[in-house]
Design a protein. Structure first.
Length: 399
């Protein structure tokens, strides 16, 4: 069987210009066209070509390099530099320019805030193309691990434990140093003990400083490598990292808005993220959806008050487990009498309100009603009769 063999030294094998290296349907052309239509004045990136000084790389080319690299998971400046030498799509995109990794890093650092605005302009571009409708938005969050070791994470409890341990070790070292001072020099290393004593004292000072920072900030956790990170629960257990929020459009699942926050839970994010997404869209969506992690009544009502239909399941709904015949959700609310009717027709009247927890308690007027019921022991087990606790605004929750 014959083989097809390549020949590197055949002069007319490759196209004569860079434009011919990339086919017309190659995805890199979409990235090139996208960056070309960006509003660089809105991004606060200067395109003035008459500036005094040594020539700089074209800001458009540098932004194309960063955006295209991120889209394919290439973030490090050294890898981006290598791609401009070895990857045809990068070579075509840059028009043959080959900035070194320091130049790439410097451009990214100097235009960090501008990079954050690119996503917003991308969303508006997709709206003009009809790829984003803005009618239904979905919000979700994911935990991103920080570039910081868990061993550098400190809590008040850990600081207190270490300070006690350091004090005991310092005391022991001082006693040992005193003992060696009274003996001949050949019986021990006083120099080694003094070095360890000095290091232990320095470490104690650093921990005490972290302890003071915890108290001043009111936080319960600080990582000395990345102080903005938080201890968060993820699918892999607890990690030091961030909570990345993303709002996507229903039509094609395109991202409308994204933000990295340092709150470990999603409970206070619903309203803020939906409002920022609507700001990008230049209007108000019709429906906003999220999972049960966002089920905070104040947050949901804040979005609903803007005329947006909110679809967020409660924690119980998210479990997808059937409730029993005498569960709280089987009790029907009578708004006129402000009471709940049990499955057997008895009334549970209002008792008290816990404003701190945002809940109201209801209970039967007479305990004898429950004790004489055929379901006593299954529905109500207390001698005082059946009681239920509901949110103050339970009607909004059910809606």
């Amino acid at each position: 069987m014959a083989y097809k063999c390549g020949e590197r030294h055949q002069i007319d094998l490759l196209p004569a210009c860079l434009e011919d290296y990339v086919s017309l349907d190659d995805p890199v052309r979409a990235y090139d066209a996208f960056v070309e239509q960006l509003d660089f004045e809105g991004l606060e990136i200067s395109l003035a070509s008459d500036q005094v000084g040594a020539p700089e790389y074209d800001p458009k080319a540098m932004l194309k390099l960063l955006v295209y690299g991120c889209s394919y998971g290439i973030y490090r400046s050294r890898k981006l530099e290598r791609a401009t030498y070895h990857n045809l799509s990068f070579i075509w995109l840059m028009g043959g320019l080959k900035p070194d990794h320091k130049t790439i890093w410097r451009f990214r650092e100097n235009n960090r805030s501008s990079m954050e605005k690119v996503l917003n302009q991308c969303a508006r571009f997709c709206i003009r193309l009809g790829l984003i409708e803005g009618n239904t938005l979905f919000l979700d969050g994911t935990r991103i691990k920080a570039n910081a070791s868990d061993s550098r994470s400190w809590t008040k409890k850990r600081c207190e434990w270490y300070l006690k341990k350091a004090e005991k070790r310092i005391s022991a070292l001082l006693d040992e140093c005193s003992t060696l001072d009274g003996k001949e020099s050949g019986e021990g290393s006083l120099v080694g003990l003094e070095g360890e004593l000095r290091d232990t004292r320095k470490m104690k000072e650093r921990v005490a400083e972290v302890m003071g920072e915890l108290e001043r900030s009111g936080r319960n956790h600080i990582n000395t490598t990345d102080r903005e990170s938080r201890l968060m629960k993820s699918g892999d257990g607890y990690v030091v990292g961030y909570n990345m929020q993303a709002v996507v459009d229903d039509k094609h699942g395109l991202i409308v808005h994204a933000e990295v926050v340092d709150e470990s839970t999603d409970i206070h994010q619903f309203r803020n993220q939906i409002e920022q997404a609507n700001s990008v869209l230049g209007g108000t969506c019709k429906v906003a959806c999220a999972d049960s992690g966002y089920a905070n009544m104040e947050e949901l009502k804040g979005v609903e008050s803007q005329g947006i239909k909110v679809i967020v399941p409660s924690q119980m709904q998210a479990l997808h487990e059937p409730t029993g015949p005498f569960h709280n959700d089987k009790f029907i609310y009578d708004k006129d009498r402000d009471c709940y009717i049990c499955p057997e027709g008895a009334s549970l009247c209002y008792r008290k309100t816990d404003y701190g927890a945002g809940k109201k308690a209801y209970q039967v007027k007479k305990s004898s009603i429950c004790r004489s019921c055929k379901h006593y022991g299954r529905c109500a087990k207390s001698k005082e009769g059946r009681a239920i606790v509901k949110l103050i605004d339970d009607e909004s929750k059910r809606r």
